[in-house]
Design a protein around this ligand. Structure first.
Ligand SMILES: [Mg+2]
Length: 425
């Protein structure tokens, strides 16, 4: 086999959300732990102990409630602010090991290790793992190979190894490892393709590697043959180190209870607008178009279903929370109808662009833009230093009765000094 000179590592955090919760709660370190999706709906992260109890990924909470009770499984509602913050720390640490890096998801990144000598790859990976664990407290697994698809496969095997690292480049057993990987667990093979492959006797990553190229070309699309080529060690998917800034930003939630009043919807829309505005300011972006949507549940009471949305094109691009809230509430009033039980509301900011100092115009002075810019900076600074929502807009409400179900929320806020763990001597 002719190997190319590229070397990739896929670094993946183990049970990421669970690991984040464990950081601040050492008493759950060796216990079965599960994190639930929004509104405490489904299982989205499990510790190894929870996996061993037979709790499956994506399963609705009510279905696993019995196992949870019987085995004293610790349950957590999502805390995405926490996971996002820890993810940023992990990625920042990883970047030191290779400037060529692609953040693939909240808990995974590809690194280009082409400059590392083959004989030093393993040692390098151990060092990465150790550093991430020491600096952030998050355990990881690392797969090394000559293509991105193979590094994903190596990572899949590494997850089951105590060492946490598998290096396909120096291994003579790659084919044996590929035999262990079922076809649905191969990166890039979706549900439909899995069905098709199994029907044709391709059950493992190894089978796909060995299948004739002309068969793949004839029977699947370009993505299918790309995956097969990559399994053979020919790189077809390159690293994408440049993080593209987002073009849209959507913040929406399902309500914890049905909401009927305009005031409650206004609170929710205000809170979502604040959240979205803060996000785009962090990315140094401004918005041109704002959309607000509301709807009742499509499943309960079908006769009384109502859904509506409207957009406004802003005359002047902005990322000012107060301005965005004003526009969003104007739309909300326009689409709100009395007599419905609302289940969800949200805001979408689209046409996002980088902040450009030339955007200021004739009206800037009249709109007191400079003062407002300073106010937004002060709000962002205060919330980063003293905890999220330390400074908010009163309109966002204090009780937030409309907010989603979060019965098992850990309340950890990495931006709050009050929540730092205390050590008693
Ligand atoms: Mg992971």
């Amino acid at each position: 086999m002719l190997y190319s000179k590229k070397k990739f590592a896929l670094v993946d955090c183990n049970s990421f959300y669970v690991s984040c919760e464990r950081l601040f709660n050492p008493s759950i370190l060796k216990k079965p732990v599960v994190v639930l999706s929004n509104n405490d709906g489904c299982v989205i992260s499990r510790s190894a102990e929870a996996k061993n109890l037979g709790i499956k990924m994506g399963e609705p909470y009510f279905k696993v409630a019995k196992i949870v009770k019987k085995n004293d499984v610790k349950i957590f509602s999502t805390n995405f602010a926490l996971y996002g913050d820890i993810s940023r720390r992990v990625m920042k640490t990883l970047k030191q090991f290779s400037p060529q890096m692609e953040v693939y998801s909240i808990d995974e990144a590809f690194l280009d290790l082409s400059s590392i000598k083959n004989e030093n790859l393993l040692e390098h990976a151990y060092k990465i793992r150790k550093t991430i664990l020491k600096w952030t407290g998050i355990p990881t697994s690392i797969g090394i190979a000559t293509t991105k698809t193979l590094s994903k496969a190596a990572n899949y095997i590494a997850k089951k190894e105590k060492s946490g690292v598998i290096d396909f480049i120096n291994s003579k057993q790659v084919d044996n490892f590929l035999l262990e990987i079922e076809i649905n667990n191969v990166w890039g093979v979706g549900r439909q393709l899995t069905k098709f492959y199994i029907k044709n006797g391709i059950n493992t990553a190894y089978d796909l590697k060995k299948i004739h190229n002309s068969w793949i070309k004839k029977n699947t699309n370009v993505f299918g043959s790309r995956t097969a080529m990559e399994l053979r060690g020919f790189p077809c998917i390159s690293l994408e180190p440049h993080e593209e800034k987002r073009k849209n930003c959507c913040v929406s939630r399902s309500f914890g209870k049905k909401v009927t009043k305009l005031e409650e919807l206004s609170e929710a829309i205000t809170a979502h607008s604040l959240n979205a505005a803060e996000k785009i300011r962090l990315d140094k972006q401004t918005v041109k178009k704002i959309t607000v949507f509301i709807r009742t549940s499509p499943f309960v009471d079908k006769k009384n279903y109502y859904a509506n949305s409207k957009s406004i094109d802003l005359a002047i691009k902005t990322n000012d929370s107060i301005e965005l809230i004003k526009q969003a509430l104007f739309i909300l009033k326009n689409i709100y109808r009395k007599g419905y039980k609302y289940q969800k509301a949200g805001i979408i900011l689209s046409g996002l662009e980088d902040v450009n100092s030339y955007d200021k115009n004739l009206f800037s002075k009249i709109r007191n833009e400079i003062k407002r810019e300073k106010l937004m900076k002060a709000i962002d600074y205060a919330n980063a230093r003293y905890g999220r929502n330390s400074l908010s807009i009163a309109q966002a409400g204090l009780k937030k009765i409309w907010s989603g179900k979060k019965q098992h929320y850990s309340k950890i806020d990495t931006a709050s000094f009050r929540l730092l763990p205390t050590v008693r001597i």
